[in-house]
Design a protein around this ligand. Structure first.
Ligand SMILES: Cc1ncc(COP(=O)(O)O)c(C=O)c1O
Length: 391
């Protein structure tokens, strides 16, 4: 079958196709409703109405109040505002932030910057499945801890953290809790109240919305300051003329999440599980990275012993399948990803990791096509590898 399959996109953790309904919602805001939300005339009013309507949709999708949602340029910016904005504002309370060793660079590099200006950062380790220990978190808390920032789900291996418990523990110690939910939003129901979250980062392009738009949820009353200054947009936290087409698209994508999520989770989980089981069954010396059950419904991350992840990605691309290396090797030094290293995955496996990330658009036919291609492809690469030892 599958001769009619042209290209298969299984790199949805990198970015997603924009939903047609999202595109249609955005279009008028490029050509007819192009006003600036700060303007007093009818064009401005149209933009303001769209801005506030989208804010309500984003708020609904995470269980927040609209006034707690701030639009940003994406997940990276949301993380930067959350970490820098909270730490700078609360200097008199303390200078300590706790995060994990497997965060996205948008958090890790921000923490490294904060260290250069005098803040102290604890990077918690994770276990073999990629989970942070609550005991470790408890032990790392000091009376100077202002903020705990632990991602909801990891972008490489899909492991889901116990964020509700992390939030509760942070609050017990008087610290605020931020979570980077860029990968989990649209894959796991999120309620900021239930999960004890004070700040939450999300991004449009990971959820069938446009690129260059995201949001930061900030619980009402949380002490935070801006990190860029200007015209006072987004109630002073994020100056710059609002990206209305992007915001409208993101709002529509959130509305679709609010209505579709349960169904999407069921369909993605089914495809994920069949992909994992069939690959592990049909290809020897393979291992699933990340937690078997506490994992994103759209994440498959498998290591193939003695295969280079990049070679596999390029071979797959030649057959029309878009995936990614789970290892994100640096082309210069071929070191494995910080996430897999933190999980103590041996190099020979870490360098051969492959990530498939699904979306609600993927089908069983596509999965069957991939399952046909993978075993001979892996064998071919192993036959060429000096590292491969067949038993
Ligand atoms: C966990 C996580 N955080 C943050 C980001 C950055 O989001 P954006 O591309 O919207 O800046 C990403 C993107 O890959 C991500 O996976």
């Amino acid at each position: 079958m599958t001769s009619e399959i042209d290209r298969i996109y299984l790199d949805n953790s990198a970015t997603t196709a924009v939903d047609r309904k999202v595109i249609n919602a955005m279009l008028p805001f490029f050509d007819v409703k192009y006003g600036n939300a700060s303007s007093l005339h009818s064009f401005g009013k149209e933009a303001t109405d769209a801005l506030e309507s989208s804010r309500r949709k984003v708020a609904t999708a995470v269980g927040a109040m609209p006034k707690e949602v701030y639009f940003t340029a994406g997940g990276t910016e949301s993380n930067n505002i959350a970490l820098q904005g909270v730490m700078l504002k609360n200097k008199s309370r303390g200078n300590h932030i706790i995060t994990s060793s497997i965060e996205h660079p948008a958090v890790l590099e921000t923490c490294e910057f904060l260290e250069t200006i005098g803040f102290e950062v604890t990077y918690l380790p994770v276990d073999k499945m990629g989970i942070v220990s609550l005991d470790d978190l408890d032990g790392a808390m000091t009376d100077k801890t202002v903020l705990v920032s632990i991602m909801h789900a990891n972008n490489e291996v899909g492991t889901i953290q116990p964020i509700r418990e992390i939030g509760a523990l942070s609050h017990e110690h008087g610290a605020l809790f931020h979570t980077d939910a860029v990968q989990s939003f649209g894959k796991i129901p999120i309620d900021v109240e239930y999960n004890n979250i004070d700040l939450l980062s999300i991004s449009g392009h990971k959820v069938h919305g446009p690129k260059g738009i995201g949001a930061l949820y900030v619980r009402e009353g949380t002490p935070i300051q801006p990190i860029i200054y200007g015209g006072g947009h987004e109630r002073g936290l994020r100056s710059s003329t609002e990206n209305i087409p992007g915001i409208v698209g993101f709002g529509k994508a959130c509305e679709l999440i609010s209505t579709h999520l349960d169904k999407d989770i069921i369909s993605m989980t089914k495809l994920r599980d069949s992909l994992i089981k069939e690959i592990l069954d049909s290809v020897p010396k393979t291992k699933l990275n990340g937690h078997p059950t506490k994992r994103l419904c759209n994440n498959v991350n498998i290591s193939f012993e003695a295969v280079e992840g990049e070679a596999l990605v390029l071979s797959l691309d030649r057959t029309g399948i878009a995936a990614s290396t789970g290892s994100a090797c640096s082309s210069k030094n071929f070191t494995a990803s910080h996430v897999l290293l933190s999980m103590k995955i041996p190099d020979i496996m870490a360098l051969g990791s492959l990530r498939f990330s699904l979306s609600r658009y993927n089908t069983q036919d596509e999965i069957s096509y991939i399952l046909d291609k993978i075993p001979p492809m892996v064998q071919r690469l192993r036959d060429m590898s000096s590292l491969w030892k067949e038993e």
